[in-house]
Design a protein around this ligand. Structure first.
Ligand code: BG6
Ligand code: MG
Length: 231
């Protein structure tokens, strides 16, 4: 892996807590359509695209394409109504300080989110100009857990994915980052993001950029030792 030159942040659940709004919008649709849907079911939707979320909500049941389109549009309308009130106060604790520290170290900063609402959310947070590249649900055809979005964002930064650290709160996102060949910092419980190189149980407030870069360096050394055939 190359020297670390950039941080790529997922948006929902990493920079701001929109995950709860996605849940409430799907829940409203599910209730209206008589589909059982719990908070536990919602865990499987974290990080995946709108279309894949609908597939998972339907648990294998097939519906006509016109209905699928209409349901996704309805869910998005509910979601957009919920995020209308977002302000810079909704940036998660520690995120701004972390971005500032990373900038001060000369790292490039980017967003890699599956959401088609990414730019609107960033605008409401006052962060639209805070990043060197923004990859969203319209940037690539294959969404997380495919590596395509992070490869695309790294390309926009003119860097190999191996020079990037991806921050993710979703299992699908961790898989996407690792498959892309990036470093990965997982945010949340081990059963969700345990495959990441480093895990932050709460969020970006758990660490500083300096401490994290040290941790990643030792994770990398361990990895090199484990994969060294002389061991
Ligand atoms: C991800 C969320 O960031 O974006 C998912 O974690 C969501 O829950 C996905 O389904 C797509 O979002 P949108 O805004 O395009 O419906
Ligand atoms: Mg997320």
């Amino acid at each position: 892996m190359a020297e670390i030159a950039a941080f790529i942040f997922d948006l929902d659940g990493v920079i701001t807590d929109t995950a709860v709004y996605h849940y409430r919008a799907w829940k409203r649709l599910a209730d209206e359509e008589g589909i059982p849907f719990t908070r536990e079911d919602n865990e499987a939707l974290r990080g995946v695209s709108r279309r894949e979320s609908l597939n998972r909500l339907l648990k294998g049941r097939e519906i006509p394409e016109a209905d699928a389109e209409a349901w996704m549009a309805r869910k998005n309308a509910y979601y957009r109504a919920l995020i209308r009130e977002i302000t810079p106060a909704d940036i998660l604790p520690g995120a701004l300080a972390f971005l500032d520290q990373a900038r001060a170290r000369g790292l490039a900063l980017a967003i890699g989110s599956a959401s088609r609402n990414t730019k609107d959310v960033l605008r409401s947070l006052g962060l639209l100009d805070a990043f060197d590249a923004i990859g969203d649900g319209d940037s690539v055809a294959r969404t997380k857990p495919a590596p395509d979005l992070f490869v695309w964002v790294a390309g926009r930064l003119d860097l190999p994915p191996g020079a990037c650290v991806v921050f993710e709160d979703a299992e699908a996102g961790v898989e996407a980052a690792l498959t892309a060949g990036a470093y990965c910092v997982g945010i949340g419980p081990a059963e969700r993001v345990g495959r990441a190189h480093v895990r932050l149980p709460t969020g970006l407030s758990d660490t500083t950029v300096d401490a994290l870069l040290d941790q990643l360096a030792s994770a990398r050394r361990q990895h090199l030792e484990i994969s060294d055939p002389r061991n």
